[in-house]
Design a protein around this ligand. Sequence first.
Ligand SMILES: *Cc1c(COP(=O)(O)O)cnc(C)c1O
Length: 430
Amino acid sequence: MTDGPSYGFDTLQIHAGARPDPATGARQVPIYQSTAFVFRDADHAAALFNLQEVGYIYSRLTNPTVAALQERIATLEGGVGAVCCSSGHAAQIMALFPLMGPGLNVVASSRLYGGTITQFSQTIKRFGWSATFVDMDDADAVKAAIDENTRAVFCEAIANPGGHITDLDMISAIADEAGIPLVVDNTSATPYLCRPIEHGATLVVHSTTKYLTGNGTVTGGCVVDSGKFDWAANDKFPSLSQPEPAYHGLKFAETFGPLAFTFHGIAIGLRDLGMTMNPQAAHYTLMGIETLSLRMDRHVENAVKVSGWLEKDDRIDYVTYAGLPSSPYNKLVPKICPRGAGALFTIAVKGGYDACIKLVDSLEIFSHVANLGDTRSLVIHSASTTHRQLTVEQQEAAGAGPNIVRISIGIEDADDLIADLDQALAKATA
Ligand SMILES: *Cc1c(COP(=O)(O)O)cnc(C)c1O
């Protein structure tokens, strides 16, 4: 289909990027399970390798099934292009790689997915990059953290694990002022609930493992480019603005304009880092996205019901869901995620560590797993799992203290979820 601006989200989530297969008429996007693609002739091959013509060469770089998914996610996010890769963590490296270099830093939110905190505080140091963590509610702290070596600001739209909402308009204005891109992890919100590019984000990253696929089957990631950043405005982004030796001195920004970042992501990022999404994974994710809006509406409806019930229960100290009027982030919902605050939040359980362990062991519908954004309801007690190597002080700073359980509300019957929590809380606090 030709995606005109008149098509709504529900139409685009099914049709964007997909067209009947020209060879067979297959209506669903086929899984192009092929490593390589035949060149028409030697001139065609040369044009492809010179980036003078766009086409399929080898599946580490491009694959038709993956390309359909890239176009679909880019369309739903309102971007000009997207690069899919093997996981959400791969997407974060793919987003930062063209921007960063030894001695350079990213200013990142202190409220991020636990794995991202580890990737940014430990692993990227091996590349000579560093991260400065700040509270993104505090505009002055964000401004103060940016220095002449900062090349990106990074935050989550709806932050893991507490479901806190970031004021993206405020943060993008600060990044603009400093002349650097804002990268937003939109995994917990999805483009149905939040469209970061409309709030000034330059790049949007996803773990497609979560809500976009939605059924807990495959890992994947995606980087969407808004196409709005001028990489050649100064000399801060030489990978995009300066001649690229691996392509006879081609300058990505000059040659590809708004698509510079996307072309760089494929021609350099996937070619040389090789964090490629496979076509099977792309197929599962394409199928998942077809029902994204229906699932997200139900996720939100259930999260509102379950969090409201939990908040009133005296076995619970507090609930962090931004969709509750009691949340300090509730006032940001109409502006940042008008269709709802997602379905991810934490609860503080009276009785601390031991009660939390009993709770996760007594639940029957909820599964205790290190995942979120599934159709199934999921919980995790971070202090005894993902955050167990940290001190209690570090756990508390990360919103994952010993008394905290993270909940990802699924799309089952809300009454069944409440009954399950009720019986498990009874055992946990007996
Ligand atoms: C899961 C997750 C990631 C990492 O994604 P993977 O696909 O597991 O690599 C990054 N950010 C957020 C918000 C996540 O929930």
